[in-house]
Structure formats: structure tokens, C-alpha cells
Design a protein around this ligand. Structure first.
Ligand SMILES: Nc1ncnc2c1ncn2[C@@H]1O[C@H](COP(=O)(O)OP(=O)(O)OP(=O)(O)O)[C@@H](O)[C@H]1O
Length: 221
């Protein structure tokens, strides 16, 4: 069970202000979507929440807390259970679907036997149990998105930040993946979901719209 809070969180790339300072609170069990046109600042916001923007790349202001504890850098975010599914999935090339789900768990110290069980469980949840041995590069864009979600869910995230994670899916799979995110929230995770898709945003608890980096709440939690 985890609450995500950001205060005065802003992102600038040199002279370009991608996200004007904003406040955000996602209580445990809730799912907030971040919407807006291309270039609005959605990815920048998610990366800033994950503390994944290096100072050489962007200047980030403000604070992020998970369950009232400060999260100041990538390592503390990982320790607090913050998991980012980046746009484009971030799956390593050259690994099979099951290896790409397994490796981050092993890196975080999940025992091998349990990690392997979680791989099977999550591949089944996203409907890809037949595809574990396939190289990620041999999967379709939509299948890769499902593997990326399985990989994130296997980590049992306290905070899940999903960037356009249903953009390549057909309606049935989109609904299924949104259902999985809902289940994850029901288990106590706080979820932020960036999307262009109004249908996907409509089923979340709250909607934060970004326009040229300026945030407006369309619906609050
Ligand atoms: N590494 C970077 N260096 C410089 N400017 C960047 C960088 N990344 C993003 N930007 C700029 O920041 C702004 C916000 O980009 P961002 O990718 O966060 O938007 P987005 O809403 O996620 O867009 P999309 O829907 O196309 O993914 C844009 O003006 C973009 O050009």
C-alpha cells in the first residue's frame, strides 16, 4: 500500500520548460491518467516522478515522496518500489520475453525460484504464456508492450508509472491490460498512466491534462 506525492515537480531541458511545477498526489489503490497532445510533457513528468532524469539531461525541481519518505534519486525510487514502464517499453534487445522479465527481479534480489514462478504467472496474465522463449525482437509491438507490463507487474510495484503502455494494443488487449492495472491498484499500488487515448483515460480514477507543460485537473481523485 503506497501513496505517491509530488510537490512543485517541474522539468526543463535547457531553455525548454517541459513541465511547469505541479503538485500531484496518488493515494494507494488509485490510478491517475496523464493526458495531453504530443510534446505536452507526459513522459517528462513520469521520468521525473521515477527520478530517472539525469542532471546532465534535464533540470528537475520539486520533491517526490512515497509513503511520506523522500525519493531523491533513481536508487531511492527503486528501493521505494517505483517502477517505470517507459514509452517504447525499454525491453533489452537480444533477450527472450521470459529473460527480460526475470533479470530485473534477480537484480533486486528476488530468489531465483520465486522469480521464475512470477515470470510464468505474469506471462499468463498478459496472455503470452506460449511466448516466453521468443526473443523480444521477434514479438509484435503489442506483444512487446504486454511483456513490458508483465515485467513491471512481476516486480510487485508500490508505484507504477506506465507511459503509453497500451498504445499498440487492440481493443480486447487494451481492456485486459487496463484490467491488470486496476487489479494492481486494488492490491494497493499507486498508478500513473500516461496516454493519448481518451477511452483508456476514462476508466482511471482521475485525469491530469498537460498542455505545453501546464497541468490542469480534469477529474480529481
Ligand atoms: N531529452 C530532451 N532534450 C530536450 N528537449 C526534450 C527532451 N525530451 C523531451 N524534450 C521536450 O520536452 C517537451 C515535452 O516532451 P515529452 O516527451 O515529455 O512530451 P510527451 O507529452 O510525452 O510527448 P509524446 O506524447 O509525443 O510522447 C517537448 O517539447 C520535447 O521536445
Amino acid at each position: 500500500m503506497s501513496t505517491l506525492e509530488a510537490v512543485g515537480l517541474g522539468v526543463a531541458y535547457d531553455q525548454v520548460v517541459a513541465v511547469h511545477p505541479l503538485d500531484l498526489e496518488v493515494p494507494e489503490g488509485r490510478m491517475v491518467s496523464v493526458t495531453g497532445p504530443t510534446g505536452a510533457g507526459k513522459s517528462s513528468l513520469l521520468w521525473a516522478l521515477a527520478r530517472a532524469l539525469r542532471p546532465a539531461v534535464a533540470s528537475v525541481t520539486g520533491t517526490v515522496r512515497v509513503d511520506d519518505s523522500p525519493v531523491d534519486d533513481r536508487d531511492s525510487a527503486a528501493r521505494a518500489g517505483v517502477v517505470l514502464v517507459p514509452q517504447g517499453n525499454g525491453l533489452p534487445a537480444g533477450l527472450s520475453a521470459e529473460e527480460s522479465i526475470l533479470v530485473p527481479m534477480l537484480a533486486l534480489g528476488v530468489p531465483a525460484r520465486e522469480a521464475s514462478q512470477r515470470v510464468d504467472e505474469q506471462l499468463a496474465r498478459v496472455g503470452l504464456d506460449e511466448f516466453g522463449r521468443h526473443l523480444v525482437d521477434q514479438l509484435s509491438g503489442g506483444q512487446q508492450q504486454r511483456v513490458a507490463l508483465a515485467r513491471a507487474l512481476a516486480l510487485r510495484p508500490a508505484v507504477l508509472l506506465a507511459d503509453e503502455s497500451t498504445s499498440d494494443l487492440d481493443a480486447g488487449n487494451r481492456e485486459r491490460m487496463m484490467g491488470l492495472l486496476r487489479e494492481e491498484a486494488a492490491g494497493g499500488a499507486a498508478i500513473v498512466f500516461a496516454t493519448h487515448d481518451p477511452d483508456a483515460a476514462a476508466v482511471t480514477d482521475a485525469i491530469l491534462a498537460l498542455d505545453q507543460g501546464v497541468a490542469t485537473w480534469i477529474r480529481t481523485v
